[in-house]
Write a new protein. Structure first.
Length: 203
């Protein structure tokens, strides 16, 4: 895992190198840690928290033999949303980032690609052809109190990373939409005669 100034003012710096392949990683809001997914040698996908202070030793968050991916930390840094196949199909879950408290299931009937709204009150995710929003309550206990389908459309999904983004005001989305090409097949017959007519009989 590397980082580099976005303006190109400095060279890349190695942040961490593990024994297993490191995939997507996101910063915690305070910038003091990176939460990342690693593909382990037994083909499972686990999620770790890497403190950027001290020795930078990864701390396992989800390392239970399931395929866990799409880690996204809430804007206040207290909750972790992710996708897991724990129920034999991919669903979206939320749990506290720290500690061992149980996670709650957000989606039903399939879900993936979670992204937090900037205010941290809603969690967006993909389900089927739709983009959904789950309202998350934290008191008296962590729970989903409402689910809404915001819209549907032919927007491509991605199995490894959220394939869309939320604007900072939380009111718009940046999506990919496929462009359908229109192609017509034209069959020309007797084209030699047409050519002769246009060239006044020339060869």
């Amino acid at each position: 895992m590397w980082w580099q100034p976005a303006d190109g003012s400095g060279p890349g710096e190695l942040v961490y190198q593990g024994l297993d392949a490191i995939r997507e990683g996101v910063f915690t809001p305070d910038g003091r840690a990176i939460v990342f997914r690693s593909d382990t040698r037994d083909s499972a996908r686990d999620i770790y928290r890497l403190p950027l202070d001290g020795e930078r030793t990864p701390v396992p968050i989800l390392a239970n033999g399931n395929d866990d991916k799409h880690p996204r930390v809430s804007p206040d840094g207290t909750l972790l949303a992710s996708t897991s196949n724990e129920s034999d199909r991919e669903e979206v879950y939320v749990r506290p980032l720290a500690g061992t408290a149980a996670r709650i299931r957000v989606s039903f009937g399939g879900g993936a690609e979670p992204l937090w709204a900037p205010d941290g009150r809603r969690l967006f995710y993909r389900g089927g052809f739709g983009l959904l929003a789950a309202t998350i309550a934290r008191k008296p206990a962590l729970a989903v109190v409402k689910r809404d389908t915001l819209f549907e459309g032919p927007y491509p999904t991605d199995p490894w990373h959220p394939n869309y983004d939320v604007t900072p005001d939380g009111r718009h989305f940046v999506m990919l939409r496929p462009v359908e090409e229109s192609r017509d097949l034209v069959l020309v017959v007797n084209w030699i005669e047409e050519l002769r007519r246009r060239t006044r009989g020339g060869e």
